[in-house]
Structures are given as structure tokens and as C-alpha cells.
Ligand binder design. Structure first.
Ligand SMILES: [Mg+2]
Length: 207
């Protein structure tokens, strides 16, 4: 039984120097959230993805995708379907060096703080084994509150919540965790910015 999946695309990143990472959720951030997507034909990039990925790369950021895929654990689709969706997504992006790694898990619940399933920190912590990432300078972008909680838990200093994907329905709960420009979770806090979509994030010059 496979619960976790890890694809590393950039093995030769300079590990001597700490690098800021752009942690992107997949469904609702990188690609359109098509409810437990398993058909590659339904893969569509979200608005502004390419510009953001290119900008990040040009400015020395590495982009890491972290995605919960509980549809596998629930038996709605399998890892082979997931692989097909990943292939299609990468072919849509087409420029192979824009994404450094993709982490995925099929868990249906997050039973510990270090679970790979967000809000657990497992996928972010795992990425630190492969890349020399400066979490204080990194940004995590998500449409769900669990994305943001995972980022705070892991010590990522900057969070972004979007209205794409499930963002519209989650925004109200996100606001409840916020005070001024901070997002609080348990005994930790991170800076947070709210945008409609990735285009607005790029235009904000946050990177
Ligand atoms: Mg999402």
C-alpha cells in the first residue's frame, strides 16, 4: 500500500546557499480544483500560474508542490490516475525546470503534527532533506485553511490565502484565525496576505 509520493525534478540546486521556497498547494492553486481530480483531461492550470512560476525561478526561488490526495485513500481513484494527472499538469507547464519537487499523500486523516497530510508538516519537513530552504523567507500558498495551518506548524513565515479553489468558502474561517496581518495557529503565528488569485500575488511583489 502506497501512502506517499515524492517526485524530485531538480537535483542540482545549489545546496550551499539557503534558498526561499514557494510552497504551492496543487488543487485550487496550481490547477483548477475539479473535485477529486483523476482524469488528466480535466487538468487546467489556474490563472497566473506560468507567470508566477517563471518569476519565482528567475528570482532564485524554488517551487515545491505539496498536495493532499485523500481521494486515493478513499478509493475514488488510484496512484496510477494520480500519476497521469501529474504528467498532464507538467506537460501543461511544459518548462521542466519550474517545479523542483512534488510531494503527495493519500491519507484520509492527519493524526499527528508531522503527518504528511496537511495540516501536518510532514511534506514540508521532508522537503528540507532535499533542499536547503530558508523557511523564514519562504511563502506557502493555499486555498484551504489546512494548507495555512501546515505552513504555520512548519515555521514558514509567510502565508498566502487565495479565493480560487475552495478559497471562497474557506476565507471566513481563515479570517477567524487572523489578527491584523498575522495568522495564528496553536502557539505559532505567520504573516498572511489575502489575494483573489495568483495574478494578484505576483502583482503584489511579495516574492
Ligand atoms: Mg487546495
Amino acid at each position: 500500500m502506497r501512502f506517499k509520493d515524492l517526485k524530485i525534478f531538480q537535483k542540482n540546486i545549489n545546496l550551499d546557499k539557503q534558498t526561499p521556497a514557494l510552497f504551492l498547494d496543487r488543487d485550487g492553486v496550481l490547477i483548477k480544483d475539479n473535485h477529486y481530480i483523476s482524469d488528466p483531461k480535466r487538468v487546467k492550470l489556474e490563472l497566473g500560474v506560468m507567470d508566477l512560476l517563471r518569476f519565482a525561478k528567475k528570482n532564485g526561488w524554488i517551487t515545491i508542490v505539496i498536495t493532499n490526495q485523500s481521494g486515493i485513500g478513499r478509493g475514488y481513484f488510484n496512484w496510477a490516475d494520480y500519476d497521469d494527472v501529474t504528467k498532464k499538469m507538467l506537460s501543461e507547464i511544459s518548462e521542466s525546470d519550474l517545479i523542483a519537487a512534488i510531494f503527495a499523500n493519500s491519507f484520509v486523516s492527519s493524526d499527528s503534527e508531522n503527518s504528511w497530510r496537511k495540516p501536518g508538516t510532514g511534506m514540508i519537513m521532508e522537503s528540507l532533506k532535499y533542499f536547503n530552504i530558508n523557511l523564514q523567507k519562504s511563502i506557502l500558498v493555499g486555498d484551504r485553511i489546512t494548507d495555512l495551518q501546515s505552513g504555520v506548524n512548519a515555521g514558514i513565515s509567510n502565508l498566502v490565502h487565495l479565493l480560487t479553489g475552495h478559497g471562497m468558502t474557506e476565507r471566513e474561517s481563515v479570517l477567524k484565525y487572523m489578527k491584523n496581518d498575522f495568522f495564528y495557529f496553536k502557539d505559532k503565528k505567520s504573516n498572511i496576505k489575502l489575494f483573489d488569485n495568483l495574478d494578484e500575488l505576483l502583482a503584489s511583489k511579495s516574492l
